[in-house]
Write a protein that binds this ligand. Structure first.
Ligand code: A2P
Length: 276
């Protein structure tokens, strides 16, 4: 698929393949190893993991065992959301490299602006501390690009204003019915690439009647419409599946959604979890 060879170019010139393979909730061991291996075999060259997913070792091993040169695969990992100190971030990054068994990482993100069990907590100071450690590793050439995840414009302003560094990426939950217009517009204005995690709304968006109808019109599957939607919006989808047929299906998105149909998808504003 052509799209697997297409790239976005980050603000620092680093190229990032337009579709990434997500591994959230993919258990470590055989399932993560086999899924990543299947993704690589089927042409994906961008894998997204995180320390919190506890599958970095399996992901790293699959990448090594694939036989594909390391520099041909773009790999992202993330700093766990509760680590909000400079030293803590430095240590965590070392551990991530060790788990993956890599000597560098392509993209490293602060996983969330607050610990997941304290959502909304003001961690502005801690985020600056953590990001400072990431800038150091970036300047040392240990990471090719650095960014954030689940950050609001206000959270990103905090980084920019205190460190004079614009993150390269913001990875957010992004799907039909939840396209985070405010954050997306802010990021585009700052040349921060938006990565779309859960482009299928963890599967729920597949059941939307308008998506199903449009899939029929285009002779595509609902998943392909949802992934293509992210690309049409200039975001980078991170679909995930543990089934090879779906891993392949999710790459067959070399088509265009017409403007009028994008407007229909954009007009869907309700939480996809209500559609089932
Ligand atoms: P499975 O791993 O059993 O294939 P998201 O990427 O939005 O988080 O969605 C992931 C969920 O969607 C997983 O439960 C995955 O299940 C399912 N999924 C992934 N690709 C497809 C597809 N092409 N068709 C149907 N379900 C899919």
């Amino acid at each position: 698929m052509k799209v697997l060879n297409d790239v976005y170019v980050l603000s620092n010139g680093v190229k990032i393949p337009k579709i990434g393979f997500g591994t959230w909730q993919v258990p470590s061991g055989d399932v993560a190893y086999d899924s990543v291996m299947m993704a690589l075999k089927n042409g994906y060259r961008h894998i997204d993991t995180a320390a919190a997913y506890q599958n970095e070792a399996s992901v790293g091993k699959a990448i090594k065992d694939s036989g594909i040169p390391r520099e041909e695969i773009f790999v992202t990992s993330k700093l766990q959301s509760h680590i909000k100190t400079y030293e803590g971030a430095k240590e965590a990054f070392k551990k991530t490299l060790k788990e993956l068994d890599f000597d560098y990482l392509d993209l490293y993100l602060i996983h969330a602006p607050w610990p997941w069990n304290e959502m909304g907590k003001d961690c502005d100071k801690g985020n600056v501390e953590a990001f400072k450690a990431m800038i150091e590793a970036y300047n040392d050439g240990k990471i090719k690009a650095i960014g954030v995840s689940n950050f609001s414009p206000k959270d990103i302003d905090n980084i920019i204003n205190n460190l004079d560094f614009v993150p390269h990426v913001n990875q957010i939950g992004y799907f039909v019915g939840h396209n985070q217009e405010v954050t997306d517009t802010y990021c585009k204005a700052k040349n921060i690439l938006v990565e779309a995690y859960s482009p299928l709304a963890i599967g729920f968006a597949l059941k939307n009647p308008k998506v199903i109808e449009m899939a029929k019109q285009y002779d595509k599957t609902p998943a392909q419409i949802l992934i293509r939607y992210c690309l049409e919006k200039g975001t980078l989808p991170l679909p995930k599946s543990t089934h090879e047929s779906r891993i392949i299906e999710n790459t067959k998105v070399d088509f265009e959604i017409k403007k009028a149909d994008m407007d229909i998808l954009d007009s869907i504003k309700d939480d996809p979890r209500k559609w089932n």
